[in-house]
Write a new protein. Structure first.
Length: 229
C-alpha cells in the first residue's frame, strides 16, 4: 500500500529531479549573493559628525547677525528717545543758562536752537508757522506750534522778545488776495465770502470783515493784526 504512494513513473522521477536541481541552484545563488554582498548596517557616525561640524560653523554667523540687529535696534531706540526728549519739552542739558534774548520775528533756526528744549525739529516748525502767519504779534502764538506745550513755552519765553511791527499784513482789496490765498486764521469758505463781496466792486473796510464773516471776538482778535487798513 505504501509502495503505491512512493511509486513514480520514469517521467515523474525526471520532473522531481529537475525540481530538486532547480531548488539547489536557487539556494546556491542566494548563498553566493550573501557572501559577495553581505548585509551591512549603514554607518551614520561620519555623516552625523559632519552635520555637527556644519552646525557649529553656522553659530558665529548667527551671532554676528544678532549683534548687528541689536545695534540697529539700539540706534533706533536712541533716536526715538532723542525725538521724544525734544517733543516732550525736556530741557537740553548741553545748553547753558546764559542770559540772552532772541527776537522771534527775525530769528533763524540757529538762533532758536540756543533755547533749551528747542532742536532742529521745533526750530523748523516755528519758522514754518511764522512764515505761514506772516509773523508773530504775541509770544503766546508759539503754543500753536505742534508739540510746544505749556512747560516748554514757559522755559523759553524769558529768552524771547517780539517786534509786532515786523508782521506781514495782507490787503483784502488787492489783487494778491485771491482764491489761492491762504492764512491759518482764515478758512477757505471765509476767503470765498470776502472775494464774493469784493467782486461786487465795493472796497471792503477792515472793520467790515468781522461782520461779513460773522467772526467771534476771539477769532477777530487773532486775525485783525494781519489785515491792512
Amino acid at each position: 500500500m505504501i509502495k503505491k504512494f512512493f511509486f513514480f513513473t520514469k517521467g515523474e522521477k525526471t520532473g522531481i529531479m529537475i525540481l530538486l536541481f532547480l531548488i539547489g541552484i536557487i539556494f546556491a545563488v542566494n548563498a553566493s549573493f550573501n557572501y559577495i554582498s553581505p548585509n551591512k548596517q549603514l554607518n551614520t557616525s561620519k555623516y552625523e559628525q559632519e552635520v555637527k561640524i556644519f552646525k557649529q560653523s553656522l553659530k558665529p554667523k548667527i551671532s554676528d547677525k544678532q549683534n548687528k540687529n541689536k545695534e540697529v535696534i539700539f540706534l533706533a531706540q536712541k533716536e526715538e528717545v532723542f525725538e521724544k526728549k525734544e517733543y516732550s519739552g525736556i530741557k537740553n542739558p548741553r545748553k547753558s543758562d546764559e542770559k540772552f534774548s532772541i527776537e522771534i520775528n527775525q530769528a533763524d533756526t540757529t538762533d532758536l536752537k540756543r533755547l533749551k528744549g528747542i532742536g532742529s525739529v521745533y526750530s523748523k516748525r516755528i519758522i514754518k508757522f511764522r512764515n505761514y502767519l506772516g509773523g508773530f504779534y504775541s509770544l503766546e502764538q508759539l503754543k500753536e506750534v505742534y508739540g510746544i506745550d505749556e512747560e516748554l513755552f514757559l522755559s523759553i519765553k524769558k529768552h524771547l522778545t517780539i517786534d509786532a511791527r515786523k508782521i506781514r499784513q495782507f490787503n483784502v482789496n488787492s489783487d494778491t488776495f485771491c482764491y489761492k490765498f491762504r492764512h491759518p486764521y482764515l478758512e477757505k469758505e471765509e476767503i470765498k465770502a470776502l472775494l464774493k463781496q469784493k467782486k461786487e466792486g465795493t472796497i471792503i473796510q477792515k472793520e467790515e470783515i468781522k461782520k461779513i464773516l460773522s467772526l467771534s471776538e476771539e477769532k477777530w482778535k487773532k486775525l485783525s493784526p494781519y489785515i491792512a487798513e
